[in-house]
Design a protein around this ligand. Structure first.
Ligand code: 5GP
Ligand code: ZN
Length: 110
């Protein structure tokens, strides 16, 4: 399930480069191109769904896998204080309409 015009589908297929941080069965994690904090990783399901709510209803296993991958990345990169956010809808600031979580933290592990 992909969307030809979707930038995150192109990153997942390897057509557009990204700095991969981690991957799992259902998701990949890569650095945000425009980081807002010292750590800013995007966690993205391999399947195309337009936002996290749609993913939650469409594929429960992929949702859990994505949350676990983001938590693992946060555990590896941060001291344990982090945000895991899902902008959902234009008014909430969503600009890429392929579900994704932002793992952000200002305290990288030494
Ligand atoms: P949203 O605003 O939809 O919650 O988040 C989209 C995020 O994707 C933004 O933080 C933006 O910087 C990031 N982004 C957009 N295009 C690219 C890209 O081509 N590569 C990477 N690594 N990040 C991107
Ligand atoms: Zn997509």
């Amino acid at each position: 399930m992909t969307n030809q015009d979707c930038i995150f589908c192109k990153i997942i297929s390897g057509d557009i480069p990204a700095t991969l941080v981690a991957e799992s069965e259902h998701a990949i994690a890569f650095n945000d191109i425009n980081p807002q904090q010292a750590i800013h990783v995007l966690v993205v399901p391999r399947e195309h769904h337009s936002n996290i709510a749609e993913l939650a209803f469409a594929n429960e296993a992929a949702l859990v896998d994505l949350i676990r991958l983001g938590s693992k990345v946060a555990d590896e990169l941060s001291t344990g204080s982090f945000r895991f956010t899902f902008n959902t809808g234009v008014d909430a600031g969503q600009t890429v309409f392929h579900a994704h979580g932002h793992v952000t933290s200002k305290t990288p592990k030494a």
